[in-house]
Design a protein around this ligand. Structure first.
Ligand SMILES: [Fe+2]
Ligand SMILES: [Fe+2]
Length: 259
């Protein structure tokens, strides 16, 4: 993917910002982000986020959703009077960059890393490749908001790192936007776009949890349907639930053809 293609994915969201320097800073930053960011789902376990954010390109979809919510919030009268133009743009820019290094720079494990808010904040505040584009003070505002975007969820069983919590209104709004966008039962839609989850091929999808972990979904669908019925009731993981639905629809249309 070229730098221009990476930037073009966020065309609408870049226009939420008013200050050219902040826009240019975002464009330069997003062009430096590793390719995996533009492909992976928003949740590597599928435990969180809606189906729209769990397919191919789901992390980009999630990022755009967070920016969309942030834009609604900063334009509310109740916040307008408390934020200046720079701070409003910093909220949007931080929303757009909050998960930009979700799997760290190298995506070694294919999973998100707990400290990703700090990795991204360090990039924003002090990467030399971004020097000279934006007032240092604004860089710190954006970086600090990215660092605290996980809100109260500051710790992880798998890490000793404790993330900072939001302190300022800018930081709270970035966290709030991320929190709302990542609820599994809230679907953010984009006008004029197909808004369909880009699901993986069900024939290639392998279960990554439970007693059938490591088996292909189609095998489990054909031989252990009762287990998938149980999953539908008890496990709210995407893209699994959407894939089961897809297989059921395919099966039904096949049956109708045979009649
Ligand atoms: Fe995050
Ligand atoms: Fe996020």
């Amino acid at each position: 993917m070229t730098n221009e293609e990476k930037i073009a994915l966020f065309e609408k969201e870049i226009n939420y910002m008013k200050i050219e320097d902040v826009k240019d800073f975002f464009k330069k930053a997003i062009a430096l982000i590793p390719d995996y960011f533009f492909e992976v789902p928003a949740s590597s376990s599928g435990q969180f986020h809606s189906a729209l954010e769990c397919g191919f390109g789901g992390l980009v979809y999630h990022t755009r959703s967070v920016a969309k919510i942030a834009n609604y919030l900063v334009n509310l009268q109740q916040y307008k009077s408390k934020l200046n133009e720079v701070e409003k743009d910093c909220v949007i820019c931080a929303a757009l960059l909050h998960d930009c290094l979700k799997h760290d720079w190298e995506n070694k494990t294919g999973f998100s890393v707990h400290q990703h808010p700090i990795v991204a904040a360090t990039f924003i505040r002090s990467d030399e490749r971004l020097d000279g584009l934006l007032n240092e003070e604004f860089r710190v505002i954006i970086g600090d908001a990215v660092a605290s975007h996980s809100g109260e969820f500051t710790t992880s069983k798998r890490s000793k790192i404790v993330l900072p919590e939001p302190q300022t209104l800018v930081q709270e709004l970035v966290h709030l936007s991320d929190y709302i966008a990542s609820r599994g039962d809230i679907h953010i839609l984009f006008e004029g776009e197909d808004n369909k989850p880009k699901l993986p091929d069900p024939n290639e999808y392998v279960l990554n949890f439970g007693k059938h972990s490591g088996k292909s979904l189609t095998y489990v669908f054909n031989h252990h349907r009762d287990y998938l019925d149980w999953c539908k009731e008890n496990i709210k993981r995407e893209p699994l639930i959407s894939l089961i639905k897809l297989l059921e629809e395919q099966e039904q249309s096949q049956e109708e053809e045979e009649i």
